[in-house]
Design a protein around this ligand. Structure first.
Ligand code: 5SP
Length: 214
């Protein structure tokens, strides 16, 4: 069954505790946290003070997605919050293998993120060391964007590589995920989806999450 990680970026930040508790009670698998630095992406979100408040009320593991220029600095900042995963962008890292090792040495599962234009082959020699690969299905930076369809053949290609090189590595897709594209994602071999506006704008978060856990 597909795991669902609602993106807290679409929560009501004036009622953050209420919304984090709501998605956990509604049966989500992970709580997805988007960290943006205003440099790697043209948006600025939250730091460790707010993420520790999220961690304090979340009853599901945290999945931290770094959209930043200085990955190592941010890994050190968020590691004490003990997230299940930290993912970083391959486009912004000169030494991805070293950073994977560092994240794992901190007791956190390492994941790599690929922007829409980045080919799956870019992680071929890292796959054995990863717990998850996140394919962006929107340009990173904002919630509420339209799903980029080319992620489907890209996920299929990655699925073939992952089955061959490291079947334990999960494939995650993030951006514009709804009940309309979830079946194609499942068919392409996707294991985890991030969904922001679809879950938070739905009349029932429970129904929304259930409709993606296929
Ligand atoms: O990382 C990002 C955007 O950069 C995502 O996590 C979005 O926040 C997902 O939101 P929706 O596209 O589902 O509204």
């Amino acid at each position: 069954m597909i795991q669902v990680a609602p993106s807290v970026l679409s929560a009501d930040f004036g009622n953050l505790q209420r919304d984090v508790e709501a998605i956990c009670d509604a049966g989500c698998d992970l709580v997805h946290v988007d960290v943006m630095d205003g440099h790697f992406v043209p948006n600025l979100t939250i730091g460790p003070v707010v993420v520790s408040a999220i961690a304090a009320c979340a009853t599901k593991p945290l999945d931290i997605h770094l959209m930043v220029e200085n990955n190592t600095f941010f890994v050190d900042l968020f590691a004490p919050l003990k997230p299940a995963y930290i993912s970083f962008h391959i486009e912004e890292e000169k030494h991805p293998h070293r950073l994977i090792q560092k994240i794992r040495s901190l007791g956190i599962k390492p994941a790599i993120v690929l922007n829409p234009h980045t080919p799956p082959e870019s992680v071929e020699y890292l796959l054995q060391d990863l717990d998850m690969i996140l394919l962006m299905s929107v340009n990173p930076g904002f919630g509420g964007q339209s799903f980029i369809d080319t992620v489907i053949p890209k996920a299929s290609k990655l699925n073939e590589m992952r089955n061959r090189l490291n079947p334990n590595c999960l494939i995650q897709v993030d951006g514009g995920v709804t009940d309309k594209n979830i079946q194609s994602l499942k068919d392409a071999g996707v294991d985890v989806v991030v969904a922001g506006s679809y879950v938070f704008n739905h009349a029932s978060k429970k129904e929304a999450i259930k409709s993606l856990q296929i």
